[in-house]
Design a protein around this ligand. Structure first.
Ligand code: S3P
Length: 431
């Protein structure tokens, strides 16, 4: 399939992106582990979060779809309630499903096999398998225990002190979940802060999760109580419209009800450092997470250096940030971002390749990209690289570039944002 996009004279409108992917995964996994029943609303409609529900059901959890779209009733299985899956668990394209579920499975006294699509089977899993085996689980994977399919025989875990080699929330969450099934304390030290939705939700469910700077300690033993979750809109999905708003010369876009947990708002900080006119209104707390409405207006951007602790706070926004940098005056350097290479595609390579087709001056670096803004782009034919975030970045490039853009394999956007192309058309038509 392909999608054709051209730049509209103005981009003016308000919309609410879909439910946050990270919080959605956690809302079903953690409630399935708990005791009691909980309702989850505004669950991400993307294929990734459907993969999580499928895996949990295969383990015996009851997750009923309710009448309101995106609403589910999750019945927790409580301690010892999961059962050995009869089939291979399939995480599809979802790294979060595979890594968080591995932590859960490592705590179960039975055998599980988990696989995924070709992209997921190529991504690094040694980072979860090594600490899980230090905790006492029997875990194996292809390629010298580095890649899925994974085989996990869990149970009898013991807590460990562990220093994470990367600031990965999936790894941290995997080990926090395994730590809840372990004997003794698990203490996890991260090199930088990463999203903390697991810690926030678990604490509200009654778990003892202590935080001291970059160290998270799990003290198992407290029972988990199921907790209703209203999932906020996904800031990683909102980011496409924010960049469209600041880069288009005649734009004002508001995204509402967006999760603005500070571990996720790196894209706002980076764009503001570039001179973007972004404002947050109506800030409020919902279910332990901060939420707000963000407005983006046409802005004059300048190039900046983006690296260090900011990177884990905007990790999924690498490609769309690179696009914004094409519209800035001067050079933007994205560094310390080698993790971009092990996402759904190698996002350093795919962003460089694709934006070059649009006439961008963009160079690949081992840990990032250097982009010299030329004030604009020209339409091109872009390939999605089987990566939802690349497809959506190319869609926004089409809204900003002169001439016509064609996005190949646009349907991959439905991994996180099935309504993306409809929302793009609405915004381009200036609702
Ligand atoms: C996620 C963590 C990040 C992010 C991913 C979702 C999560 O991955 O890129 O899209 O929900 O924990 P890493 O943990 O690999 O950095």
């Amino acid at each position: 399939m392909k999608r054709t996009v051209t730049s509209p004279p103005s981009i003016i409108g308000t919309l609410t992106p879909p439910g946050d992917k990270s919080i959605s995964h956690r809302s079903t996994i953690l409630n399935a582990m708990a005791t009691g029943e909980a309702t989850v609303t505004n669950y991400s409609p993307g294929a990734d979060c459907a993969s999580t529900i499928r895996c949990l059901r295969a383990l015996g959890a009851t997750i009923e779809r309710l009448e309101e779209p995106g609403s589910y009733l999750v019945k927790g299985v409580g301690a010892g309630g999961f059962r050995e899956p009869a089939e291979v668990l399939n995480a599809g394209n979802s790294g979060t499903t595979m890594r968080l579920m591995s932590g859960l499975l490592a705590g179960q006294p039975f055998l599980s096999v988990m696989t995924g699509d070709s992209s997921l089977r190529s991504r690094p899993m040694g980072r979860i398998l090594s600490p899980l085996s230090l905790m006492g689980a029997h875990v194996h994977g292809r390629d010298g225990d580095e890649r899925a399919p994974l085989v996990i025989k869990g149970g009898n875990l013991h807590g460990i002190p562990y220093t994470l080699p990367v600031a990965s929330a999936q790894l941290k969450s995997c080990l926090v979940i395994a730590g809840l099934y372990a004997k003794g304390e698990t203490s996890l030290h991260s090199p930088a802060a990463s999203r903390d939705h697991t810690e926030l939700m678990l604490r509200m469910m009654g778990a003892q999760i202590l935080e001291d700077g970059l160290t998270v300690t799990v003290r198992p033993g407290n029972p988990l109580s199921a907790m209703d979750v209203r999932v906020p809109a996904d800031i990683s999905s909102a980011a496409y419209w924010l960049v469209a708003g600041v880069c288009h010369p005649n734009a004002k876009v508001t995204v509402t009800d967006v999760g603005i947990n500070p571990t996720r708002t790196g894209i706002i900080d980076a764009l503001q450092a570039m001179g973007a006119k972004l404002t947050i209104a109506n800030r409020r707390m919902e279910g332990g997470e901060e939420v707000g409405d963000i407005t983006a207006e046409s802005s004059e951007l300048r190039g900046v250096e983006i690296g260090g602790d900011l990177i884990p706070r905007l990790l999924d926004e690498g490609p769309i940030l690179a696009l914004a940098a094409c519209f800035a005056r001067g050079a933007t350097v994205i560094k310390d971002a080698a993790e971009l290479r092990v996402k759904e595609s190698d996002r350093i390579k795919s962003s460089t390749q694709e934006l070059s087709r649009f006439g961008a001056d963009i160079q690949e670096r081992p840990d990032g990209m250097v982009i010299r803004g030329k004030g604009g782009l020209r339409g091109a034919v872009g390939q999605s690289h089987g990566d939802h975030r690349m497809a959506m970045t190319l869609g926004v490039a089409g809204l900003l570039a002169k001439g016509q853009t064609e996005v190949r394999n646009p349907e991959i956007a439905s991994i996180s944002y099935p309504g993306f192309w409809t929302d793009l058309e609405r915004l381009a038509g200036s609702m």
